[in-house]
Design a binder for this molecule. Structure first.
Ligand code: HAM
Length: 440
């Protein structure tokens, strides 16, 4: 294939069997969120550029250098969403969902950032995003972190740890920002180019610098805790108590400031040392000022996003197999008129109560190659149809693996009308057939 037709750098295809693992991880997440009372919301992948600039902040890596921005055919500047919070907040405001109401939402889908691709970092990546709007107290902060701790347990992931911090209110941040700016200005010569640029407009982000040469200087910088207002301090203490009660271990990291401007008070990151340099699996925090900043009524809110590529990788490293769905029955058919009978039988087994999972062999192939496919499909039994069977209104039922106690191991010829009754003893579960566990 010519290079000009290949997928873009940093944009990956998701192929089976990996897609099965993704489904398992996504289904686990979806089930968990629904159980905690969160509802799904879906918002567009493309929004006005202005929305992201205003929400995420002009002086952030995302807005300054990572957005996929272009003019549409009408000359409107639009952007492929680099994250989900801005779009969800916009949708809530546009549909009046925040008027005296509280909302708990989740959403999932692709995000786009023009970053340098490497393992765990892509230009199209996928987030599972959760947002709770209209909640002011630390209880909801705790709920989000407690449900995440449960998620790791459900997926058998143990190598993640929680870092939390509080950024205080807009006012305390302003005082802190001014002092931080003076502090770094005194050592202007030591700063790298990025930090110098941030000095005036966003000095908090200097704390986030990955430049090892700045580590000493940053360690000596004033800390947010010294500036914290009483209410933010109480909020943070309240959160920590609830986390302790729930047994959710956490470390306070005063350098954790996050790369998006909308945060205030609680911020957090779940990090791992198993994924090389891309160690943040999940990150989020409070954005109590965002709705008002976008022109709505002041609404406290908090949320997080999980990077699904990173989560799936961690799940795979944990070594637990993802359950795979296999058919109960595989229908093998060769010879004149057998296809028609195969489809008739398949649909009637699917109509059975409970319905059977049936795969019909499609495409050519003799009995031998079809039987190989039947075996590989993981099905419990094969139903075999040849011209003789069609003429007799019968089918051959062949067990493919050792079934539950009492189910015979020999193949037998069964009248089509009694096929469902003959198959049922081979299906283990009360509702569905067996699930074969395969290790990836
Ligand atoms: P974020 O920290 O920019 O926060 O991204 C959240 C997570 O998305 C990261 O921890 C990481 O797992 C994943 N991620 C980010 N960029 C990439 C990439 N290029 N490739 C692969 N994975 C990536 C947000 O996006 C906020 N909207 C989270 C939030 C929701 N805060 C409040 N509500």
């Amino acid at each position: 294939m010519s290079e000009s037709l290949q997928a873009l750098r940093g944009m990956e295809d998701l192929l089976p069997p990996a897609s099965g693992t993704w489904q398992h991880v996504e289904n686990t997440l979806r089930g968990l969120l629904l159980d905690y009372g969160y509802q799904e919301i879906r918002v567009p992948i493309v929004e006005r550029t202005e929305l992201f600039k205003r929400s995420i902040g002009e002086v952030t890596d995302i807005v300054e250098k990572e957005m996929y921005t272009f003019d549409d055919r009408n000359g409107v500047s639009v952007t492929l969403r680099p994250e989900a919070t801005a779009g969800i907040v916009r949708a809530c405001m546009e549909h009046g969902l925040l008027r005296n109401q509280r909302q708990k939402f989740f959403s999932t889908g692709p995000m786009f950032r023009y970053e340098k691709p490497q393992k765990g970092r892509y230009r199209q990546f996928h987030q599972f995003d959760v947002e709770a709007l209209g909640f002011a107290g630390p209880d909801i902060d705790a709920e989000l972190l407690i449900l995440l701790a449960r998620l790791w347990r459900l997926l058998g992931i143990s190598h993640v740890s929680l870092q939390i911090n509080t950024l205080g209110t807009a006012e305390t941040r302003q005082r802190y920002r001014a002092d931080l700016s003076s502090f770094f200005r005194e050592s202007f010569d030591l700063l790298d180019e990025d930090s110098r640029r941030r000095l005036d407009r966003n000095p908090l982000r200097i704390l986030d610098s990955k430049n090892a040469e700045l580590a000493d200087l940053i360690a000596r910088a004033p800390q947010m805790t010294q500036y914290l207002d009483a209410e933010s301090a109480a909020h943070f203490a309240g959160l920590r108590t609830l986390l302790d009660d729930a047994g959710v271990a956490h470390t306070v990291n005063p350098r954790l400031v996050r790369g998006l401007d909308y945060y205030g008070r609680t911020v957090f990151e779940w990090v791992t040392d198993r994924l090389g340099s891309q160690g943040a699996v999940c990150a989020g925090g409070r954005y109590d000022g965002l709705v008002a900043h976008l022109g709505g009524e002041a609404t406290p809110a908090i949320g997080f996003a999980i990077g699904l590529e990173r989560l799936v990788e961690l799940f795979a490293l944990a070594g637990q197999p993802a359950p795979t769905r296999v058919p109960d029955v595989y229908i093998v058919a060769a010879g004149e008129g057998t296809s028609r009978l195969a489809f008739r039988i398949a649909e009637s087994l699917r109509n059975d109560v409970p319905p059977m999972r049936v795969e019909v062999h499609c495409g050519s192939g003799g009995f031998k190659s079809q039987m190989k496919r039947a075996d590989r499909s993981g099905a419990q039994v094969a139903v075999i149809l040849g011209e003789d069977e069609v003429a007799a209104g019968a089918a051959v039922l062949k067990p493919l693996r050792s079934g539950p106690m009492g189910a015979g191991t020999e193949q037998q010829t069964v009248a089509v009308a009694s096929l469902a009754d003959a198959i049922r003893p081979y299906l283990a579960g009360p509702l569905t057939g067996p699930v074969i566990e395969t290790v990836r």
